[in-house]
Write a new protein. Structure first.
Length: 265
């Protein structure tokens, strides 16, 4: 479904008249299979969010290629939808109108878009709030609306950048469970970036560890457990500790910041 081949990304910093190029990642390679939920972890500043922006065709890249369903970016950019940490919803629209918005922009009729929106609002268990406005919802509910809006567009690949990072611990746990349930129902190919190692292991079919500067794929971990999963599973705790240990061992590889260990479980 997704192939990242020898990908190179450079950020240019300008200070007065001087210009400095910083290679974010170079020779980055990995694949995501159809129906797979893959999570990406690594130190802050290693380029995880930049990678999602590149795959979503929101930032250019300087070398290699991104191939989605056999088509090289940018020709495949319509096949991806990116969900951000902040929900980015329209406050003047209701929940139903927010979820249907992208469909209406694509030219779908009001009746058809409303029916599809209702289906995905039900999937995230917000049917009773369909006519509510965004300011009337909690943070977790708003993020569920954002996820429903993305799924309603039926992307080939769902990209999620720290989707629960701004939420409190309890709300985050509830949404993790719901994402797992949604993935079981939809089998949507998903690539999710997170600082929370426990979250990465709990949700992912596979966890990718990025490290270094320029960043590369340091290691990949298969999460060999059926769904639904229990957050208390000893296998998950063991794999979480293994990834944390490997991540600590990458601290000397050129990243400026340490990873967020507070929510690793």
């Amino acid at each position: 479904m997704l192939e990242v081949r020898n990908l190179r990304k450079v950020h240019t910093r300008r200070t007065g008249r001087t210009k400095e190029d910083m290679v974010v990642f170079d020779d980055l390679n990995f694949e995501v299979n159809e129906g797979e939920l893959v999570t990406i972890v690594g130190h802050s500043g290693v380029g995880k969010s930049t990678l999602l922006n590149v795959i979503a065709d929101m930032e250019p890249y300087e070398g290699g290629e991104v191939v989605i369903t056999g088509h090289r970016l940018p020709h495949s950019s319509a096949d991806t939808i990116l969900v951000f940490q902040e929900d980015a919803l329209f406050p003047w629209l209701t929940v139903a109108e927010n979820v249907a918005f992208g469909l209406r922009v694509r030219g779908m009729s009001k009746g058809e878009s409303a029916a599809i929106a209702a289906e995905y609002i039900a999937l995230v268990q917000l049917t009773q709030f369909s006519n509510s406005y965004i300011h009337q919802l909690s943070g977790g509910m708003r993020q569920r609306v954002a996820i429903a809006r993305a799924l309603a567009m039926n992307p080939r690949i769902l990209l999620m950048d720290e989707p629960f990072g701004a939420l409190d611990h309890k709300t985050r746990e509830n949404l993790q469970k719901q994402i797992q349930e949604i993935h079981v129902k939809t089998k949507k190919t998903t690539l999710l970036v997170t600082h929370d190692i426990r979250e990465a292991v709990y949700l992912g079919d596979r966890v990718i560890l990025m490290s270094g500067r320029p960043a590369r794929v340091k290691k990949q971990y298969i999460v060999d457990l059926p769904r639904p999963r229990s957050a208390e599973d000893l296998y998950l705790h063991g794999l979480t500790r293994e990834i944390i240990s490997d991540l600590r061992n990458t601290e000397s590889e050129g990243t400026d910041e340490e990873f967020d260990e507070d929510s690793t479980g």
